[in-house]
Design a protein around this ligand. Sequence first.
Ligand code: ATP
Length: 320
Amino acid sequence: MQRIALLTSGGDAPGMNACIRAVVRKAIYHGLEVIGIKRGFNGFMEADMGPMKLGSVADIVQRGGTILRTARSDQFLTSEGRAKAYENVKRFGIQGLIVIGGDGSFRGARSFNREYNLPVVGVPATIDNDIPGTEQTIGFDTAVNTAVEAINKIRDTATSHERAFIVEVMGRQSGFIALAAGLAGGAESILIPERPFNYDEICEKLLQGFRRGKLHSIIVVAEGASGGLEVGRKIKERTGFDTKVTILGHLQRGGSPSAADRILASRLGAGAVDLLIKGATKMMVGVVSGDIASINLDDALAQTRSIDLEMYSLAGILSF
Ligand code: ATP
């Protein structure tokens, strides 16, 4: 293998740049040439790509977002779109592709591998942390830290009685951010899409807390569990308490990546290059028990990653 390409795809995640840097520098270290593809699969189809050198990735390890930019592409869902990308594989002499993104991006990479046999390696980067085959995805730690910082600040202002603070965090299908931020932020209740919840219980807990003199009550809601405003309305209806709702939204995607995310991104990016060099054809790199591991993309895409129910019940116990 002499020349590999990389792209970032799907939603951006803090740490993608640290991963790009690791891929480029590790590949060059092993004597490979690297092509950076811009705007995800769009740039792959439109030949928006060019060589990357050691200096192309200078001064980015600490930056959020992705210097290669990212995109969602309807055209790549079609075989015509992927055929256009294959023309560029031939034109640029690409022998392996590293896709940094979420499960949708991996499906795209797998479709391409099936049709054109190009070796592909996925690097899990999404703030949602919902990818099987790895204990953590790039961006999750930073997003959780952002949410916890926000909860800390809200807690500071939440010193008056009879008021409930609701913080809506990202997670349309999964409650990883809500659970981690709720536990770390000391939330009274955590609402996630994976677990049923009952407003009467939430309100009873809130009332109990205030009866025993709690000064604030914070409820963390994953956007997929319910809208924060809706939760606020229901609580007000049942308890009469004033509710303040904060929707963190895209704040959670931005910002300089945490040290943990930079380290994870560096290790996974380097691991992806190693996999291609070793002859992987359709794999995802991950971290399992703290070590760099790999899983076949088919297996990773066939599974779903479940939240840690023990952690969920611990958060419930600690919040009384
Ligand atoms: P995030 O988790 O942040 O949403 P993602 O990688 O899951 O990231 P998606 O929008 O689901 O983001 O997927 C990114 C792109 O991958 C899509 O816009 C599309 O171009 C491509 N893609 C997804 N599924 C397929 C598929 N089955 N075949 C070909 N391409 C696909």
